[in-house]
Design a protein around this ligand. Sequence first.
Ligand SMILES: *[C@@H]1O[C@H](CO)[C@@H](O)[C@H](O)[C@H]1NC(C)=O
Ligand SMILES: *[C@@H]1O[C@H](CO)[C@@H](O)[C@H](O)[C@H]1NC(C)=O
Ligand SMILES: *[C@@H]1O[C@H](CO)[C@@H](O)[C@H](O)[C@H]1NC(C)=O
Ligand SMILES: *[C@@H]1O[C@H](CO)[C@@H](O)[C@H](O)[C@H]1NC(C)=O
Ligand SMILES: *[C@@H]1O[C@H](CO)[C@@H](O)[C@H](O)[C@H]1NC(C)=O
Length: 360
Amino acid sequence: MKESYYCNPAICCFLFILFSVSGSVHGRHDHGQLMVPCFFIFGASSFDNGNNNALPTLAKANYLRMGSTSLQGQRGAEFLGFDDYIPSFASTVGGENILKGVNYASGGSGIRAETGQHAGARISMDGQLRNHQITVLRLINRLGQNESAAKEYLNKCIYAAGLGTNDYVSNYFLPSLYPTSRIYTPEQYALVLAQQYSRQLKTLYTNYGARKVALFGLAQLGCAPSVVASKGATNGSACVDYINDAVQIFNNRLKELVNELNRNLTDAKFIYVNVYEIASEATSYPSFRVIDAPCCPVASNNTLILCTINQTPCPNRDEYLYWDALHLSEATNMFIANRSYNAQSPTDTCPIDISHLAKL
Ligand SMILES: *[C@@H]1O[C@H](CO)[C@@H](O)[C@H](O)[C@H]1NC(C)=O
Ligand SMILES: *[C@@H]1O[C@H](CO)[C@@H](O)[C@H](O)[C@H]1NC(C)=O
Ligand SMILES: *[C@@H]1O[C@H](CO)[C@@H](O)[C@H](O)[C@H]1NC(C)=O
Ligand SMILES: *[C@@H]1O[C@H](CO)[C@@H](O)[C@H](O)[C@H]1NC(C)=O
Ligand SMILES: *[C@@H]1O[C@H](CO)[C@@H](O)[C@H](O)[C@H]1NC(C)=O
């Protein structure tokens, strides 16, 4: 068999949705001005721009970079007016380049600490928050030990968080490796995830001054080619319905969490990005001609995830919903990022979209 970057469906990096909008997206910023001074990113592989490269793990951004979906979190910064990439935490060792924000995302990571452990090293949401604490201390230091000046600055930034995918695909739906599906029903699991996420987000608010926070929901994980190939679609559906059902239970919890946080923390604004619905709508756009197969060749009938190396991807990648057997294509990610920034339907984001969040 040809060498391939082995990752079974549950393994890594569900490089999901995110935030990738190219410089050509209409209305990305007004008059070339920065919409916000800084942008901090927490998430998994869809946002990982290098934090995993130094870790012993299969879930590495530099593997994905071979494909077209690399650096999505980075490019997401562009629509807020940042010309340069937001640096990965791993590249901010000296603390020189932290003023525009930092990307903490780590492929394979989750809300829960154990999520993704079978795939190797990764930085969970708690670890990402600890790294953010280091950044905040560096920032205070740079501002002459003036803590209130640092808080004031941190209040103006946008914080994007996109965790949860791996808590399903690299935890709950891997019963041979993780016990969670025997401990919790899908309803209970969504609740404990939301409670833990809530504590993490309140840490971001209380300790580190976050006031503008965009939470990205989960996509239809049950429709990814690798998930369908390994679990089998059911009842004539093109997708694995019980996985999509579980994902929607979590998404609904996340939406409730956003409402609750906005009620309780009135000097902050949290928003929910309905990735599930936006990506579902993408499948009915004629420009996405292939919605159930990866653009690049993936070994073992798509039960692996990443592109087989040294093989040519499809020539018309913009017509594919998926890049590999799990990760959405750059075209799909642009579609989602576009609508998260400028909502085109009332269900795309709630209560407001990112362009309005930036202007608050
Ligand atoms: C700290 O920063 C605040 C806000 O920028 C400023 O008003 C204050 O004078 C600064 N304090 C010191 C000790 O420099
Ligand atoms: C198929 O659908 C029926 C009715 O909704 C349901 O009871 C059954 O569990 C489903 N089967 C599978 C394998 O999902
Ligand atoms: C919001 O406040 C209520 C009442 O104090 C509390 O019960 C609830 O847990 C809080 N929710 C969040 C997400 O902080
Ligand atoms: C791929 O699927 C085809 C048809 O379902 C089957 O004949 C073949 O053995 C499978 N190959 C592998 C490597 O699983
Ligand atoms: C973003 O949405 C606008 C319509 O609101 C559309 O004109 C534009 O082509 C979209 N861009 C991308 C990259 O999808």
